[in-house]
Write a protein that binds this ligand. Structure first.
Ligand SMILES: Cc1cc2nc3c(=O)[nH]c(=O)nc-3n(C[C@H](O)[C@H](O)[C@H](O)COP(=O)(O)OP(=O)(O)OC[C@H]3O[C@@H](n4cnc5c(N)ncnc54)[C@H](O)[C@@H]3O)c2cc1C
Length: 438
């Protein structure tokens, strides 16, 4: 049994190690050092291209839980991260050089993994013939020839080259004495939650947006603005009233508390069927994370908002997973080829590695004649994978968050919700592990 993996990043290395440990031979192709993406600079594998943080280590946070689950399932990335951790308060951060060196050493030392430093330029590359399965884990900056070939296989409309992510708010933290339910031009209670602004609040908000700190684009990200999907602050730069005539337009909306049309409205669209999370429509942004929290909490109704995800705009190659992948991450258009990591539509270091780990376990089971069912959606990994199954008009990547989990039963106080999500996730994961991975 031999599996070929394209890309020795976080997902590719996790996947390779999970397969190798299950006695599957792996050929792992990595294009560095002959070819570097615009963000990669080191020859080592599993390079962290930006921050050195794997985010919160709190077992009550979704990403903290995901790390726990990964460790219990034998994650290479989590183990190497613990070995190379640097002090970072409640977060897990690493010395990035030591981390990548550690992963490189473990991968190259494994007798079942053959590392080949070569760019794979298409899914029909002769190097991939005769394998039992191929895993494409080429990441958000997959090389141009490979990205072009993937677009050919899945269809140009099913492959994106950047993401434009708007923040998602925990529904329980929206002030419903201020925000009101309504859909534009429709009678009665509509689907959207609307945060109304009077003129003074609107003008203050625009001024705040313009003055806020922004993330500096990398050189290769300078042309990332598309007219249909401009960052909210770039629209604001075009004139003080641009937003009031654009995404914040109040037309067709009446505030039931005043009986009048507000001066401007921020619309929040339900992110899931249970309506536990709301997406801020049109709020894709390059404001820094702290600035997003500060500025967006000045919006009426969002003073105490908790953000399940913050906004961003990135170079990012990813497929429309619900349309192009099977539940086991196999390309519907090309059976035998599987995707792992950020290219599937998960977002973040931890999530990309988790996705690679899951695919490694799943493929190993299949090659040994067994099917591994996906983890339950109540667990952190199950919730993350369920995102890849949820059809959307404009599918966008997601990090792990409780908004992806099924709603909690009954009504729960805000203060107890995280703990309830977390204990339910632990129970569901433990039962699944015991049954399927023991
Ligand atoms: C600029 C940028 C900054 C980011 N910053 C963060 C951050 O701070 N925190 C965070 O959590 N997430 C961040 N991300 C998102 C994401 O988590 C990381 O990109 C993560 O490394 C993705 O893991 P991966 O394994 O899918 O891909 P990668 O880790 O990128 O691995 C892909 C590997 O495939 C190789 N490769 C590509 N094409 C080919 C080919 N054709 N043949 C052979 N090899 C190939 C690449 O050289 C690379 O080694 C960032 C993304 C980008 C683009």
């Amino acid at each position: 049994m031999r599996v070929g993996i394209v890309g020795a990043g976080l997902a590719g290395c996790e996947c390779a190690m999970a397969l190798a440990r299950a006695d599957v031979d792996v050929t792992l192709y990595e294009m560095k050092p002959a070819t570097f993406s615009p963000a990669h600079t080191s020859e080592n594998l599993a390079e962290l291209v930006c921050s050195n943080s794997f985010r919160s280590d709190d077992p009550l946070a979704a990403v903290g839980l995901l790390k726990l689950e990964m460790s219990e399932a034998g994650s290479l990335v989590m183990d190497a991260a613990r070995h190379t951790a640097v002090p970072a308060g409640k977060a897990l951060a690493v010395d990035r050089e030591l981390f990548s060196a550690e992963i490189t050493a473990r991968i190259t030392a494994h007798p079942r993994i053959q590392l080949v430093r070569q760019e794979i330029r298409s899914l029909d590359d002769p190097a991939l013939t005769g394998l039992d399965a191929v895993v494409l884990a080429a990441g958000p900056l997959a090389s141009d020839p490979m990205a072009a070939d993937l677009a050919r296989v899945v269809g140009r409309d099913s492959l994106a080259f950047y993401d434009a992510i708007a923040p998602i708010v925990d529904a329980a933290t929206i002030d419903l004495t201020v925000a009101f339910f309504a859909s534009r031009y429709q009678e009665g209670e509509g689907d959207y939650l609307n945060c109304p602004m009077d003129e003074a609040a609107y003008r203050r908000f625009v001024a705040d947006l313009l003055a806020a700190d922004k993330v500096k684009p990398r050189d290769f990200e300078h042309n990332l603005h598309f007219e249909g999907c401009l960052p909210i602050e770039v629209m604001a730069e075009r004139g003080e009233m641009t937003l009031a005539f654009g995404p914040l337009k109040p037309v067709g909306l009446t505030d039931p508390r005043t009986g009048r049309r507000p001066f401007a409205v921020i619309q929040l669209r339900p992110e899931n069927a249970a309506r536990t999370a709301y997406n801020m429509v049109g709020f894709q942004t390059k404001l820094t994370y702290p600035e997003q929290k500060r500025v967006f909490c000045t919006i009426p109704g969002l003073a105490h908002a908790e953000f399940l995800r913050l906004g961003s705009i990135h170079r990012n190659t990813f497929v429309d997973a619900p349309k192009t992948l099977s539940p086991s991450l196999e390309l519907l258009a090309r059976p035998g080829v599987f995707l792992a990591g950020q290219i599937t539509g998960v977002e973040g270091y931890v999530e990309s590695a988790a996705c690679g780990l899951w695919l490694g376990l799943c493929l190993a089971a299949r090659l040994h004649g067994r099917e591994l069912p996906p983890p339950p959606p109540e667990s952190a990994l199950g919730a993350l994978l369920s995102h890849l199954r949820r059809e959307a008009k404009h599918f966008q990547p997601s990090n792990v968050n409780f908004g992806l989990s099924p709603e909690l039963p009954g009504r729960n106080k805000k203060a107890s919700r995280k703990a309830l999500y977390a204990s339910r996730a632990r129970d569901a994961w433990t039962a699944w592990m015991r049954e399927h991975l023991a």
